[in-house]
Ligand binder design. Structure first.
Ligand code: AMP
Length: 427
């Protein structure tokens, strides 16, 4: 089989690593890829938003499957453009991707289909949004409607903070067009877990649950980032909870999308808050999480390719396996000093081979560039050191051993990835 993978981050490196292991694959291309992906695929100089270039290449080279990693091209309609050429695509249509691309759409869909989520209202007028905050009280969460790279949700403890967040979106337009509408919602308390579900015309297949660590510093302190680490599976998310989420959340959501004429084809990221009254949706995404994809790929024992292909072609998906199946895996992100604020680039990275010489460790590259045989930093989140082991404690230990083998100037990582899951388990 010939597969084209679209994207060039840590998520796509993990996908490329996993796809390349399949005996079904004879050729893997990545557009644009990165130096890590180049170890498993031929990288192409085609950007993720170049729909004509991607469709032309895939068609011209008889690709059997196109796998789209990031959300922006999906929300912009890349999967539709590829399907129009007769290609098999793993990734939702533009209309189905609106479940991530418009929070207002996602909230309306949930309201219409009885999917449990925070109470909310949508506004494009700042005064009306402020009135609603006063009626409902704080804490509340103000969210930019559109794509904001994971940074468009502002948790507000006071009315002053809510007023400022509304001003930031609707008056100062700090999120650009993504923030011309806001969703104001009730603050939910509980443990946050994400469930990843493959979904297509041939049914659903819950892949795994994961937990990520959004803030930059240990103890969940500091500003939000794209994600500083993740682990999978989540010990507290058991078989019964997975079945409940599938029944109460995933099935009605997918049915709702289909009823809107937008059936989902790809991986649905179900961001959940496990509240005292049950699981409720924080957000949906229309693709794998980054960095959650890294531990999920490493913990997965079966071949990913037949599953991706079945989703893309609408073939029947296999029966779900147990929620606690798969080995434990942990990803620790190594970021540039200063991230998520300003940070330098172009610093030499050493120690990847040494890190990967440890059992069960893979270093997925996110923000790197290769020049004359040497590797340099080229982004905020640079590497995702990921380890798989028989249990979470061993996976954490192995991941940090890998991290300690790596060096670049000013590198920063959290030292507590996965630790809370061990504490929850011990109590
Ligand atoms: P989102 O962009 O919607 O995923 O939100 C980003 C983060 O903000 C989530 O991962 C949560 O930690 C937090 N968050 C969002 N909505 C809520 C909510 N209604 N209640 C509590 N926390 C929330």
């Amino acid at each position: 089989m010939k597969i084209l993978l679209v994207g060039g981050g840590g998520r796509e490196h993990a996908l490329a690593w996993k796809i390349a292991q399949s005996s079904l694959v004879e050729q893997l291309w990545a557009a644009p890829g990165n130096p890590g992906i180049a170890r498993h695929a031929r990288c192409l100089d085609i950007a993720v938003d170049d729909a004509d270039g991607l469709a032309g290449f895939a068609k011209g080279h008889d690709a059997d499957l196109v796998v789209v990693g990031p959300e922006q091209p999906l929300v912009a309609g890349l999967a539709d453009r590829l399907r129009a050429k007769g290609l098999a695509v793993f990734g939702p249509s533009q209309r189905a991707a609106a479940i991530e691309g418009s929070k207002a759409y996602a909230k309306r869909l949930m309201a219409e289909h009885g999917v449990p989520t925070a109470r909310f209202a949508t506004f494009d007028d700042a005064a009306a949004a402020r009135r609603y905050c006063r009626e409902r009280g704080v804490p509340c969460v103000v969210k930019a409607d559109g794509l904001a790279a994971g940074k468009g949700a502002i948790v507000c403890a006071t009315l002053d903070e809510a007023d400022a967040a509304i001003a930031q979106c609707l008056e100062r337009r700090e999120f650009g067009t993504a923030g011309t509408r806001v969703v104001v919602e009730e603050f939910m308390q509980g443990e946050e877990v994400s469930l990843f579900v493959l979904a297509g015309a041939g049914g659903v297949f819950p892949l795994a649950a994961a937990q990520d660590h959004k803030t930059v510093f240990d103890g969940d302190r500091g500003p939000n980032t794209g994600g500083m680490g993740a682990y999978s599976p989540v010990p507290s998310f058991d078989e019964a909870m997975q079945a409940r989420v599938m029944r109460e959340i995933v099935e009605p959501t997918l049915a709702g999308l289909a009823a809107d004429g937008a059936p989902f084809t790809g991986v649905l990221y179900v961001g959940l808050m496990l509240t005292l009254t049950g699981p409720r949706v924080v957000e949906f995404n229309c693709r794998f999480g980054d960095p959650e994809c890294q531990p999920i790929m490493m913990g997965m024992s079966e071949d990913l390719v037949p599953l991706l292909l079945a989703v893309a072609r609408g073939d029947r998906l296999p029966a779900p396996r147990s929620a606690s199946g798969g080995r434990a895996a942990v990803c620790v992100a190594i970021a540039s000093g200063g991230y998520p604020g300003r940070y330098p680039t172009g610093l030499e990275i050493t120690g990847i081979a040494e890190a990967e010489s440890r059992p069960g460790v893979q270093v997925f590259q996110a923000g790197t560039v290769r020049r004359e045989g040497r590797l340099y930093t080229n982004g905020g989140r640079v590497l995702g050191v990921t380890a798989v082991a028989d249990d979470l404690a061993a996976a954490i230990a192995a991941a940090y051993e890998g991290v300690r083998a790596i060096h670049f100037e000013g590198m920063h990582y959290r030292t507590d990835i996965g630790r809370r899951a061990l504490e929850v388990r011990a109590t």
